[in-house]
Design a protein around this ligand. Structure first.
Ligand code: GDP
Ligand code: IMO
Ligand code: MG
Length: 424
């Protein structure tokens, strides 16, 4: 049995949470493999809306197992808040959620370090989510991190050592003494809370499931353009968001990867700083933002908006070995007379379809302009109801990207999803 992966192909917020929820009935297990509470995955069904941060998006269906993998960084306080709010909504989390012993813990001082590094960068700041993601992954790689499994042995001593190091670092960075006593007390409570959950050797469990023939869906966070190796560095997150991250973030051998679902919006958004070749600074960008409600699921920050970028998409499809494409938020473009698609860049005057090393300087997007469909698609339930102009748009994207689009989303609700796999 192969393990399928669903991941974002742009700069995050593509709609991963919604589609993971929609696909969950076809799986036995849903697993997060990287990122942490920097993610905000929105799900809507039966008139209710949920935003998930660290907990996988497979918890609302029919008792599937949900795993927080070793590649994830977990903030116990935010986890406790998220879990308690879900339990209050009637989700039986304790029986379905398992957490890897090897997931790294975000400490209160990691968040302070995140803020201190951002402040030092001044105008060149990344615009992080402020959740301590970078400093926690830094500690992991520099072999100084604390893991979930550590809470059962010598934990206090290890915590104090790590804290001392952070406090010294903070003093050196900002010249100030920090006092984390209050947050620390809450954090320790949250560590106790964590102990009620099934804390597992996730790589063994995942591979046992594979051997038993269970179907596993891996849920990516962020997007490939935020990958620490391939994204618009340094304006990226600190984990591997590409498909390879599912192998290292869960202990799945590369040969065990099956379908790779690459998810993208019919346009493009980005939150935080960093280059964005097709960004629209005009009324059209503002219009997309308003219609698409493009404000951060967690921070409420305005998302920058622009036209779809096929140069970037071809690049991320290549990196991930995408086998099926999922297009989201097509309905947001319903009222546009024409829609634009960037199919190439002019880099210092030379046209290219290849994604360049530097997308910040000398890049001019080259657009194809296509006729809009001018039909409200939010109520569409089958692909034969799609307007012809929209069908042409989809056919164009499939031709240019060379991968089939198999699911199209026409609204935020679970039901507003058209699965083309049985309909073509
Ligand atoms: P994620 O981080 O990839 O899970 O995406 P977010 O939840 O951060 O952002 C996606 C936003 O778009 C959420 O508010 C969703 O409810 C909403 N959404 C998802 N699919 C659609 C769609 O097809 N149409 C519209 N209009 N909204 C959608
Ligand atoms: P989901 O899973 C969109 C962005 C931040 C910032 C950069 C680094 O909901 O798609 P970090 O806090 O990770 O160090 O921030 O990455 N970022 C996201 N943007 N969606 C996300 O997650 C993001 N997670 C991080 O805005 O630019
Ligand atoms: Mg999001």
């Amino acid at each position: 049995m192969k393990v399928d992966v669903l991941l974002g192909l742009q700069w995050g917020d593509e709609g991963k949470g919604k589609v993971v929820d929609v696909l969950t009935p076809h799986y036995d297990v849903v697993a997060r493999f990287q990122g942490g509470p920097n993610a905000g995955h929105t799900l809507e069904f039966e008139g209710k809306k949920y935003v998930l941060r660290s907990i996988p998006s497979g918890i609302f269906q029919h008792g599937q197992i949900n795993i927080i993998g070793n590649g994830v960084v977990l903030d116990p306080i935010l986890f406790m808040e998220e879990a308690e709010s879900l339990q209050q909504s009637g989700v039986d989390l304790k029986h379905v959620l398992k957490i890897s012993k090897k997931a790294h813990l975000i400490m209160p001082t990691h968040r302070l370090l995140d803020a201190a590094y951002e402040k030092l960068k001044g105008d060149a700041k990344i615009g992080t989510t402020g959740k301590g993601i970078g400093p926690t992954y830094t500690d992991k790689v520099s072999r100084n991190g604390l893991r979930v499994g550590d809470i059962f042995c010598d934990f206090q001593q290890r915590y104090e050592m790590a804290k001392k190091r952070h406090v010294n670092l903070l003093k050196a960075l900002s010249g100030e003494d920090v006092d984390v006593a209050e947050t620390e007390a809450k954090w320790m409570q949250a560590i106790e809370y964590l102990k009620q959950y099934d804390i597992i050797d996730s790589e063994h469990v995942v591979n046992k499931y594979i051997a038993e023939g269970k179907k596993i869906l891996c849920e990516g966070a962020q997007g490939s353009m935020l990958d620490v190796d391939f994204g618009s560095y340094p304006f990226v997150t600190s984990s591997n968001t590409v498909c390879a991250g599912a192998c290292s973030g869960l202990g799945v051998a590369p040969g065990k990867i099956g379908e790779v679902y690459g998810i993208f919006k019919a346009y493009c958004t980005r939150v935080g700083s960093g280059p964005f070749p097709t960004e629209l600074h005009d009324e059209t960008g503002a219009r997309i933002r308003e219609i698409g409600h493009e404000y951060g699921a967690v921070t409420g920050r305005e998302r920058r908006c622009g036209w779809i970028d096929l140069v970037a998409l071809r690049y991320t499809i290549m990196l991930n070995g995408v086998t099926q494409l999922i297009m989201m938020k097509s309905d947001v473009l319903d009222g546009f007379k024409t829609v634009k698609v960037c199919n190439a860049y002019r880099v210092n005057g030379v046209e290219t379809r290849d994604f360049p090393f530097d997308i910040e300087h000398g890049i001019e997007p080259i657009y194809e302009e296509m006729e809009g469909w001018n039909v409200d698609m939010t109520g569409i339930t089958s692909p034969d109801q799609f307007p012809q102009q929209f069908k042409d748009y989809v056919a164009y994207l499939e031709r240019e990207l060379n991968v089939p689009i198999t699911i199209i989303s026409v609204g935020p609700d679970r039901m507003q999803t058209i699965d083309l796999r049985n309909n073509r």
